[in-house]
Design a protein around this ligand. Structure first.
Ligand SMILES: [Zn+2]
Length: 593
């Protein structure tokens, strides 16, 4: 960060931004009275509880509690950082960000421009170049419609060493060859500094980030030449181990993704889209990384990996499973789909059609089953020796699961299979930011009610007295789902202060008074009950309150998931052989605070 954004600038920015317009461009809003409504983009729902109030320039979801300003909306919806969101808004309303943007952003802008121009040339060449016939023929053969070709912005580069270099370096606004090299479009020879096109005689697949900006390309040959696929090299914008092909397009097609299918090739993603399966992404010629999984689990709770059923495919799946273990927090679901040997989704679809693929998808096996199947293959669980071997090989794998119900259930399953209790060394604590989840409704609220409602109130008082407490690093965030008095107010207050770095108590009250006169009185009242503590103690107190509320929220969710799992697995019990766990087991007693 090259400097703080002055609060006055942020106010000006929010004042000039029309939140309704900003949101409406992304999801259709419906006018209801003086407000606007939509299906919430931050949680799954059937009837709209997401509301935008133009007077206050705030949005709020009554389902999941998401709320905030244009800045928080962009941060959440477009996965932007605070400064990025500010820059985006500033650009929209024609203001210059006081710090001139982050240094990284300044360096990156020319690369985005160059990549976008290149993508346009590639698209034009696919449509109009006299040598494009083999490419259009290839795409037609694959059964792709023009609309899909347009949507994924497919392109073509004719044969030759300098098609792109020529048009871009000698255009009316010439691009320096250096930018083209930095963007990965030209390759520079080590001797002599001569450069030439990286992509030649290939079908081009632009790779876009979550905001739709082109950050790199994949190129595929039309015949049997090698290499079949060629990707952009690592650049400041493009990191193979993090990006997923098709994620932007999947989100565009379906804002509230429920699950994601991960396949291996670009053509698979496009073939699946052509058949109406719009939730598919591909890794970029690399194995699945934990960065990939993290990114996907921010959007959905259910991921299915699709692999060829041959030996290589099974090995790749086993690798993906091991990468996924540490991220298997409660409520997340990973499944594996193995296609018949030698098939990829593209070829499978062309031979057997969508219904057959959907049948396969429905039969994808859960991570736990794949895990135990694989381990059992390597030993004979009907003998004590085999059971000991099974326990030994399972232990280190289960140890990689985060603490939680899922881990307990798998441990129980292992215990059942080897007939004796197997202890698992403790694994990593559950990471701080799990996937979006439905709101929590406390089931056993009565006994703890009195104490709990004090926590949000105490947090609010600390925050009002010492607004800077909001900027501490690594504050707990997962208390927002709690449905308890004061939570919404606290969340809004915290977001407000975070959007106005440097604001003081008076500033908070003024801003709040303008936006929410009703709660302003409550806040005023709380300010007068000053806590006799120095700022450091207020900050610590605030942190502690959030932490305790988060723990409460986690516990409620654990209870809910355990209940769900036991019911669901109970229903499936009859289908399986033999049951690996005791369905009648009671969930562990709830430890009320
Ligand atoms: Zn919501």
């Amino acid at each position: 960060m090259s400097g703080r954004i002055p609060p006055a600038f942020i106010d000006e920015l929010l004042r000039r931004t029309d939140l309704v317009e900003l949101i409406h461009a992304r999801l259709p809003l419906k006018r209801v009275g003086s407000n606007y409504q939509a299906l919430c983009p931050f949680h799954q729902e059937k009837s709209p509880s997401f509301s935008v109030t133009p007077d206050k320039q705030l949005y709020h979801c009554f389902g999941c509690g998401a709320s905030g300003t244009a800045i928080t909306f962009l941060m959440e919806y477009e996965n932007l950082g605070f400064l990025e969101a500010i820059e985006e808004l500033a650009q929209r309303v024609g203001l210059e960000t006081p710090t001139g943007g982050t240094p990284a952003a300044q360096e990156q802008q020319p690369l985005y421009t160059v990549l976008e121009q290149a993508a346009s040339y590639f698209q034009q060449w696919l449509q109009h170049h006299p040598q494009a016939a083999p490419a259009t023929h290839y795409l037609q053969q694959r059964g792709l419609h023009e609309s899909i070709i347009q949507e994924y912005r497919l392109g073509y580069v004719p044969p030759g060493w300098d098609n792109l270099k020529r048009v871009m370096v000698s255009s009316p606004t010439p691009t320096a060859a250096q930018s083209l090299v930095a963007a990965g479009l030209l390759i520079e020879k080590e001797v002599g500094g001569h450069s030439y096109d990286r992509f030649r005689e290939r079908i081009i697949f632009p790779i876009r980030d979550l905001r739709g900006r082109v950050i790199g390309f994949g190129g595929r040959v039309m015949g049997d030449e090698k290499p079949k696929y060629l990707n952009s090299p690592e650049t400041p914008l493009f990191h193979k181990g993090k990006e997923l092909y098709g994620l932007y397009e999947a989100r565009q097609a379906q804002r509230r993704l429920e699950s994601i299918l991960v396949v291996e090739g670009y053509m698979d993603v496009i073939a699946l889209a052509q058949h109406g399966l719009r939730n598919c992404v591909a890794t970029l010629g690399t194995a699945t990384t934990s960065d990939h999984l993290e990114r996907l689990f921010r959007l959905v709770r259910e991921i299915t990996f699709c692999f060829d059923g041959d030996h290589a495919g099974r090995e790749a799946a086993w690798k993906a499973l091991q990468t996924a273990l540490p991220q298997m927090q409660d409520g997340r679901d990973i499944r594996f789909l193995f296609l018949p040997e030698g098939e990829d989704p593209d070829s499978f679809l062309r031979k057997q059609g969508r219904a057959a693929l959907e049948q396969q998808l429905a039969n994808a096996i859960p991570l736990s089953r794949f895990l135990f199947q694989r381990l059992e293959q390597a030993c004979d669980p009907s003998t004590p020796e085999g059971q000991a071997k099974l326990a030994k090989s399972a232990q280190p794998l289960l140890a990689r699961l985060p603490q939680g119900v899922y881990r307990e259930l798998l441990q129980r399953q292992l215990t059942q299979q080897v007939g004796t209790v197997v202890t698992i060394p403790s694994g990593p604590p559950a990471p701080a930011r799990p996937a979006p989840r439905p709101p929590l409704r406390p089931r056993q609220q009565a006994t703890a009610e009195g104490r709990l409602t004090l926590l949000p109130q105490r947090a609010i008082r600390c925050l009002l007295q010492h607004p800077d407490a909001a900027h501490q690093p690594d504050l707990a965030e997962e208390w927002r789902n709690l449905e308890e008095p004061g939570i919404t107010l606290l969340a809004q207050l915290l977001d407000l202060i975070r959007n106005h770095p440097g604001i003081n108590t008076a500033g908070v009250l003024t801003l709040w008074g303008e936006r929410d006169p009703h709660h302003a009185t409550t806040l005023q009242a709380l300010v007068t009950q000053e806590l006799p503590l120095p700022p450091e103690a207020l900050a610590a107190e605030f942190r502690d309150a959030l932490q305790r509320m988060e723990e409460r929220s986690h516990k409620l969710e654990r209870d809910r998931i355990l209940e769900e799992q036991i019911q669901k697995w109970g229903r499936e019990r009859g289908k399986r052989e033999p049951p690996h766990y005791q369905v009648g087991d009671e969930p562990p007693p709830i430890d009320e605070r």
